[in-house]
Design a binder for this molecule. Structure first.
Ligand code: AMP
Ligand code: GLY
Length: 419
C-alpha cells in the first residue's frame, strides 16, 4: 500500500515507525515530516494545517490510505474531502471531530448521555462570565471553546487569575476559537489518557497512558502539550478499564452515531480520577502526543492491519507488550512560552542505540550545513521499554544523558514511583 501520514511531530514519527514496519506498507509518504522520519519515507514540505495542499498531495500520490495525525486538519474536514474523492482516510469527519474542535459540543454530548464530567457553563458575554466566575470565587477552569494549540485552558485559583483570562479570551485572544468560552467546575485527581478505536457505535479498547502536563518537576509551572508519559497508566485496573468503556467511550460513541455524526478513528478521552470516579476532562479526535510515542512502541499488532480492518467495520483488540513504556520530552528552554530556535543537538545515535530505546523527533530541522537543530518547543521524545517501570525510566534517562543540547530541558520525575 501507498500510505500518506499527515503531521510532523513526535506522534507522527512514532506512527511512521509503526507503519513503516507493517508488511502492508511498501511506500510511505509524510507531510510535512521531520528529519527523524526521512529514513522511513518520503517527506513532502506541506504544512499539516494546509488542508487543500494535503488533499492535492494525496490525490497526486493516489494514496491507498491517508493517516491524519493532528487535530487541525481533521477539524478542518480533510478526512471528508479525501473520502469524497475515494481516498481512504483514517480519522473522523469534521462533524465528528467536533468532539475535540468544540469543548461545548463535547460537553453537550456527554451531558445528553450522563457521562461523568465537571459542571460547566458556556459564555459569549464577558460580564456574564465574570459574574459566574465570581460566584465560584474564581476557583474554576476557563476554556476557549475551539482549538487553541493547547493554550486555551486556564486553571484558575481566584478572580485575579479568572478575570484577566475571561477578558482576554472573550476579547479575541484566540480569534474565533475563544469567541465562546466554558467555565468549568475545577475538579481534582490524577489524570489518565484512555484510547479506543471507534467505528460508529462499535468500540474497542486500545491502551492507556499517563501524561505529565506541567512544564517542571513536581507538577510545577505552566501547562504544556505534555512533558512525558508512561504506558500503561499506573492507575489502570481491569475494573477501571471496563468502567471507562461502559461509562464514557460506549455512550459517547452511541450518542455520536444517534446524532448522525458517527465517529470513526481513535477516540482519546482525557480523564481525571476524582473521588467520585473518572470524569471527562476533554476528548481528542486523534492519538495523544506524547502518548503515541509510548503506546505505539508497545503495540505488537500491526497498526496498518488494525486501521484497514476498522475501515471494514472489524474492530480487533490490539495486542500490547507486557513491557512498561516511558517517554521523556526534551523541550527548548522557555517552552511553553517564547523560545529560541536553531540550537544544535547531537548524540542521538548513541542515545537511541540500546534495544527498546527510541528517539522520536518532534521539533527538529537541519540547518544550512546539515546539522540537527531545535526548531520547536517540544523537540525530542525519548522512549524506553522495559519489564519494570523503574528500568524503563532509568533507560529513558540514561539515553537523555547521552544527548548534548545546551538549550534543552526536561522533567526529571517522569514515571517516578512515589511510594
Ligand atoms: P485540556 O487542554 O482540556 O486537556 O486541559 C489542560 C489541563 O487542564 C488538563 O490536563 C487538566 O490538568 C486541566 N483541567 C482541564 N479541565 C479541568 C477541570 N474541569 N478541572 C480541573 N482541571 C482541569
Ligand atoms: N498529550 C495531550 C494531547 O495530546 O493532547
Amino acid at each position: 500500500m501507498k500510505i500518506l501520514v499527515i503531521g510532523g511531530g513526535g506522534r507522527e514519527h512514532a506512527l511512521c515507525q509503526a507503519i513503516a514496519a507493517s508488511p502492508l506498507c511498501d511506500d510511505l509518504h509524510i507531510a510535512p515530516g521531520n528529519p527523524g522520519m526521512v529514513s522511513l519515507g518520503t517527506c513532502h514540505k506541506i504544512d499539516a494545517e494546509d488542508t487543500l495542499g494535503l488533499f492535492d498531495l494525496a490525490c497526486s500520490l493516489a494514496a491507498d490510505l491517508v493517516i491524519i495525525g493532528p487535530e487541525a486538519p481533521l477539524v478542518d474536514g480533510l478526512a471528508d474531502r479525501l473520502e469524497a474523492a475515494n481516498i481512504p482516510a483514517f480519522g473522523p469527519s469534521a462533524a465528528a471531530a467536533q468532539l475535540e474542535g468544540s469543548k461545548d459540543f463535547a460537553r453537550q454530548i456527554c451531558a445528553r448521555v450522563n457521562v461523568p464530567q465537571p459542571h460547566f457553563k458556556s459564555f459569549t458575554n464577558a460580564e456574564d462570565a465574570l459574574s459566574h466566575a465570581d460566584k465560584l470565587n474564581g476557583y474554576c477552569v476557563i476554556k476557549a471553546d475551539g482549538l487553541a494549540a493547547g493554550k486555551g485552558v486556564v486553571v484558575s485559583d481566584d478572580m485575579s487569575q479568572a478575570g484577566p483570562a475571561i477578558i482576554q479570551m472573550l476579547g479575541g485572544q484566540f480569534g474565533q476559537a475563544s469567541a465562546s468560552i466554558l467555565i468549568e467546575e475545577r475538579i481534582t485527581g490524577p489524570e489518565l489518557s484512555a484510547f479506543a478505536f471507534v467505528d460508529g457505535a462499535n468500540t474497542i479498547w486500545l491502551a492507556s497512558a499517563q501524561d505529565h502536563k506541567r512544564a517542571f518537576d513536581d507538577d510545577k509551572g505552566p501547562n504544556t502539550g505534555g512533558m512525558g508519559a508512561i504506558s500503561p497508566s499506573p492507575l489502570l485496573t481491569e475494573d477501571l478499564r471496563k468502567q471507562i468503556m461502559d461509562e464514557v467511550i460506549n455512550p459517547v460513541a452511541q450518542e455520536m452515531a444517534d446524532a448522525g455524526t458517527p465517529y470513526r478513528g481513535i477516540l482519546y478521552a482525557g480523564l481525571m480520577m476524582t473521588q467520585d470516579g473518572p470524569k471527562v476532562i476533554e476528548f481528542n479526535c486523534r492519538f495523544g502526543d506524547p502518548e503515541a510515542e509510548v503506546i505505539l512502541p508497545r503495540m505488537k499488532s500491526d497498526l496498518v492491519t488494525l486501521i484497514c480492518d476498522l475501515r471494514k467495520g472489524i474492530l480487533s483488540r490490539a495486542e500490547m507488550s507486557e513491557d512498561i513504556g516511558v517517554t521523556v520530552i526534551m523541550a527548548t528552554k522557555g517552552y511553553p512560552g517564547a523560545y529560541e530556535k536553531g540550537s544544535l543537538i547531537s548524540g542521538l545515535e548513541e542515545a537511541g542505540a540500546p534495544d527498546d530505546t527510541m528517539i522520536f523527533h518532534a521539533g527538529t530541522s537541519l540547518n544550512s550545513v546539515g546539522d540537527l537543530q531545535a526548531s520547536g518547543g517540544r523537540v525530542l521524545a525519548v522512549t524506553a521499554l522495559a519489564s519494570t517501570q523503574k528500568q524503563a525510566r532509568d533507560k529513558a534517562y540514561d539515553a537523555i544523558s547521552k544527548i548534548s543540547w545546551d538549550e534543552g530541558f526536561y522533567r526529571t520525575d517522569i514515571a517516578k514511583e512515589t511510594s
